[in-house]
Design a protein around this ligand. Structure first.
Ligand SMILES: NC(=O)c1ccc[n+]([C@@H]2O[C@H](COP(=O)([O-])OP(=O)(O)OC[C@H]3O[C@@H](n4cnc5c(N)ncnc54)[C@H](O)[C@@H]3O)[C@@H](O)[C@H]2O)c1
Length: 267
């Protein structure tokens, strides 16, 4: 740490030194909740989203030009960045023989290449600073892969791999990385859910709408986990239970997912 700004978890306990945070997909859901949670601690947040507003900087994560404009803005305004939160994402999925290749490309362009672009844009700055943190929002689907959502599972697993690689590769520079893997929580994520598999989309929409937690609770857990220095963050009990089962009893885990898959037969 050379910027004089403590990294996550280095709060003195007396007064939190403000950090400079950029969050993508911050107009709604988890991004908005994370923005509020960081600001409540006194951090400065550049909230960004697809459509700019007075209080939200326009950053379509699939646009290289938008990323460059965001980096220029950060450099001009702050002279550096402490935390990049790659949160923006879309929901997709569908059964193997129903989802189209076009849908696979669409979700990969946003949920994976959007984060790759953000990483490529800010890594030179973080390396120069020899400090900072990249927080990528994946999903439990990146670790536990239910039937019927191969494209979402695959891109979120790629985000887990990208984040682990980032953490290893940038460790010599004092830059850290963490990946967030929540189970379903209540947001508008599925409102724009695309795809040919409409029956599957209805199942996912129901799971999100009836989830026990909302984005504020997930955001609070994420910040607490970052404070503890966690790099793989499972912010809710459902996610922890499912991943623990996969690690601890693979046969039971497989049996559970195959039982769930039988329900897809009736769609
Ligand atoms: N809600 C869940 O159940 C759930 C579970 C696990 C993981 N996640 C992940 O959490 C993240 C946030 O999702 P959410 O549930 O808050 O959804 P949300 O739809 O409420 O918010 C996502 C935000 O991302 C923005 N966005 C979409 N495409 C964009 C683009 N190309 N460029 C910039 N911004 C874009 C949207 O405008 C929106 O404001 C996503 O990565 C999602 O995959 C959500």
């Amino acid at each position: 740490m050379t910027s004089g700004v403590p990294e996550t978890g280095e709060d003195t306990g007396l007064r939190h030194t403000p950090r400079r945070v950029l969050i993508t997909g911050a107009a709604n859901g988890l991004g908005a909740a994370l923005t509020a949670a960081y600001r409540a601690r006194g951090d400065e947040v550049l909230a960004t989203d697809l459509n700019g507003r007075d209080d939200v900087f326009r950053l379509d994560i699939t646009s290289g030009e938008d990323w460059e404009a965001a980096r220029d803005h950060v450099e001009r305004t702050w002279g550096g960045l402490d935390v990049l939160v790659n949160n923006a994402g879309v929901a997709g999925g569908g059964r193997l023989d129903v989802a189209t290749l076009e849908e696979w490309r669409w979700i990969t362009e946003i949920n994976l290449f959007g984060i790759v672009r953000g990483t490529q844009t800010f890594v030179p700055m973080l390396k120069r600073q020899r400090s900072g943190q990249i927080v990528n929002v994946a999903s439990l689907a990146g670790l536990v892969h239910p039937a019927g959502m191969a494209s979402y599972n695959a891109v979120k697993a790629a985000v887990v791999a990208l984040t682990e690689t980032t953490g290893h590769e940038l460790s010599p520079y004092g830059v850290r990385a963490a990946v967030v893997c929540p189970s379903y929580f209540r947001t508008g994520l599925v409102e724009d859910l695309r795809g040919a598999d409409r029956a599957f989309a209805a199942v996912i929409a129901h799971l999100v709408a009836t989830a026990p937690l909302g984005p504020d609770e997930i955001a609070a857990e994420v910040l607490a986990a970052l404070d503890r220095g966690e790099e793989l963050i499972l912010p809710d009990a459902a996610a922890r239970t499912a991943y623990d089962l996969k690690l601890g009893d693979r046969a039971a885990h497989d049996a559970q997912l195959r039982h769930q898959a039988q329900r897809l037969e009736s769609l």
